[in-house]
Design a protein around this ligand. Structure first.
Ligand code: ADP
Ligand code: MG
Length: 243
């Protein structure tokens, strides 16, 4: 069984079907990008994987077991989650933001300090920024802090929701390069939500395509580019790649 598997998962909000009857197994140790138009259910899909949203029907298994909704804090410690706009706490320093989960997991002070420095070096942030507050950093630097925070406990699963959105093209490119580098250093199961197909093709080995809450195609990037499952997929790809 794979680390992340959804079985007949639906999520409704009132009359709205954010996810409809999704059967999906994510391949272990690779990056899968989730693409689709705005409102197609991409963020909801990530949120059902980390338990933030509970399915209306169906079963989500993470680390090869159905999620135990009575024990979500433990699950969250084992999943790295980073969202657009960084989600950093403005009143905490960079170091405090990065080490939030490590402190919850009761690491000792020396271990926390060493891990912070290691991560900051990894994403090319000057270690001297550790005592700054988020507003004292650029948008790109804040996003790097967000990635460090998601990585602090070295989770086997990463869920990234448009983590490089809202960046200027140069910074975006730089962070994408660092992401590829991180991914090469140690294999992890990564689910990357993006509305940017080019980013998906650059960073992911596999794609999941959503349309109005339904799974319309899942496969390697090559398979989907060469053989789109429907007119929707073909025109979605065309419109994105022509831009
Ligand atoms: P995406 O990330 O692809 O843009 P979302 O997963 O955020 O899409 O949303 C899918 C659909 O579910 C949208 O129509 C959205 O309005 C609806 N939705 C998502 N979250 C909520 C919520 N908390 N309450 C009501 N509707 C929601
Ligand atoms: Mg979204």
């Amino acid at each position: 069984m794979a680390q992340i598997a959804l079985e007949k998962v639906s999520r409704v909000y009132g009359d709205e079907k954010a996810l409809q009857d999704i059967d999906l197994t994510f391949a272990d140790d690779v990056t899968t990008a989730v693409v689709g138009p705005s409102g197609s259910g991409k963020s909801t899909l990530l949120q059902v994987i980390n338990g933030l949203v509970r399915p209306s029907h169906g079963t989500v298994s993470v680390f090869r077991e159905p999620i135990d909704y009575g024990r979500l804090p433990e699950l969250r410690l084992r999943i790295g989650y980073a969202v657009q706009g960084t989600g950093l706490f403005p009143h905490l320093t960079v170091e405090e933001n990065i080490t939030l989960l490590a402190r919850l997991a009761k690491w000792d002070v020396e271990q926390i300090k060493a891990r912070t420095e290691e991560l900051m070096r990894l994403v090319n942030l000057p270690v001297s920024f550790a005592q700054r507050y988020p507003h004292e950093l650029s948008g790109g630097q804040q996003q790097r802090v967000g990635l460090c925070r998601a990585m602090v406990l070295n989770p086997r699963i990463f869920l990234l929701d448009e983590p490089f959105g809202a960046l200027d093209p140069i910074t975006r490119n730089e962070i994408q390069r660092e992401f590829l580098h991180l991914q090469q250093m140690e294999a992890r199961t990564i689910v990357l939500v993006t509305h940017d197909l080019r980013e998906a093709l650059k960073l992911a080995q596999r794609l999941v395509v959503l349309d109005r809450g339904s799974l319309v195609q899942h496969g390697t990037c090559k398979e989907i580019l060469e053989d789109p499952a429907s007119g929707f997929v073909r025109s979605f790809f065309q419109s994105q790649l022509e831009q």
